[in-house]
Every structure is written in C-alpha cells, then in structure tokens.
Design a binder for this molecule. Structure first.
Ligand code: ZN
Ligand code: FE
Length: 242
C-alpha cells in the first residue's frame, strides 16, 4: 500500500505533510499550523481531507487545527498523553496504536524528548515516517521538555525502522544542521557529500526533505551518538553553535 507524502511548507520553515493512500484516495494532513495553507494544499490535491494527525502541542504544528476541522469536518488524532494541551482530539492514541489511512496503516510511536507527549507515525508499504520535531534531517529536536535519555530512547526506536524509510520531519533545518554535523563529525565522507548536495538544493530553493533513514544513520551525529551522555553533549553543544 503506497502512502504518498507531500511536504507542505508552513510559516517560516515548517513542513506539514499531506498523506494520501494511493489505493483508496483517503488523505490525512499532519500538523496544520496554518489553516489557509493547509486548505490550499488540500484543494490543489482534489479537495478531500479525511483526518488530521498531530505530532506535538507546539503552535507551529497545531495552531490551525480547529479551523481545519471546522472546514472539512474531519476527525483529529493526537497523543493521549498530551490531550490536555492539544486542540480537542476526536481520537487519542498512544504507542502501538494504529491509524488507518485508507488501506495504509500508520503505527503510533511515542517519541518524547522535544516535548514529553510527542508522537511519530510510521507506515505505508513504502515506509513513511512522520517524526515532527524529534528526528530532523542531520539533526534532532531541542530538549524543551524531555531529557537526553528520553530523546536517546526515541531516536533508538526510529533508528530501528527499515533503512529505506522516508524521514518526513517538521522543519527545513537541514542546511544549518549540516554545518553543525560537519563540525561534530568532520571526517565523514558521506556527510560531506550530503552537506554539499543540501547546499545545492537550498540554493535552488528546493526542499531537502524527506531524507532516507539509511542516510541519516550514516550521517546524522545525533542518530549516531553511542549513548545518552554523548547525545546530551552533542545537543548542548548544538544549542549554542553558530
Ligand atoms: Zn516543536
Ligand atoms: Fe516545530
């Protein structure tokens, strides 16, 4: 079951995602921060929206949720653990639950660290990972609520997914992440090649997302951190890196 995933730019550097199950045409919209931008993408793709999925409670991911529900009458799915501070949920989910998007099935993965109630969605025969602000291309989310141990555990879960997984993250941060990654791991030839390719994409105003999990495993210093202490050190260094 192929689940197409279209990046929809929102706000200054966010990506929302329009998912479409190719077999049935059923769609889901992930993280509708801007209801007008969400509606424009949905209308351009045929005007059908069947559900909204939320990764975490931050406004740059959820602010347009109630307006999108009012327009399309579609249910909103988000983390049970964070139901009190998310927009009203029609379905509250937790680790191991599945969300059907037509014939495609998405598995919910708890990914605390950036926030304590953050979740990711993984599924589709083509292996789509919606990971919000947990794993970024060549980076990871800031530890705004959770601990380094939380983030380490979350990244380990994502690292165990199939290598061909498409990493659909919540921000276009790759170019600045690449600068820090090269600083942290200067002798990694795959990373050097990737950083150059990312620079060319951004110069052409092209998205660098989605990336492939196998590439992240080879190039992303946060995913390559051997233990919690190493991840904590990297994350603290990145927080003040210019
Ligand atoms: Zn966030
Ligand atoms: Fe964000």
């Amino acid at each position: 079951m192929t689940l197409s995933a279209q990046a929809v730019p929102m706000l200054s550097d966010n990506y929302a995602w329009l998912l479409r199950d190719e077999a049935t045409g059923v769609t889901a919209f992930v993280d509708p921060a801007d209801a007008d931008a969400c509606a424009a993408a949905v209308e351009a793709a045929g005007g059908r929206l069947d559900m909204v999925l939320l990764t975490h409670h931050h406004g740059d991911h959820v602010a347009g949720t109630d307006a999108v529900r009012a327009r399309y009458g579609c249910p909103v799915v988000g983390a049970a653990a964070d139901a009190r501070r998310l927009p009203r949920l029609d379905r509250a989910v937790a680790e191991g639950d599945t969300v059907a998007v037509g014939d495609s099935s998405l598995r919910v993965i708890d990914t605390p660290g950036h926030t304590v109630g953050h979740i990711a969605f993984f599924g589709g025969g083509n292996h789509v990972l919606i990971c919000g602000d947990t794993l970024f291309s060549l980076g990871c989310g800031r530890l705004l609520e959770g601990s380094a141990a939380d983030m380490y555990g979350s990244l380990r879960k994502l690292a165990a997914l199939p290598g061909d997984t498409l990493v659909c993250c919540g921000h276009e941060y790759t170019e600045s992440n690449a600068r820090f990654a090269l600083h942290a791991d200067p002798d990694n030839p795959a990373l050097r090649a990737r950083a150059a390719a990312v620079g060319r994409l951004r110069e052409a105003a092209q998205p660098t997302i989605p990336s492939r999990l196998s590439d992240e495993l080879a190039e992303n210093p946060f995913l390559r951190a051997p233990d919690v202490a190493a991840l904590a050190k990297l994350r603290a260094e990145k927080d003040t890196f210019r």
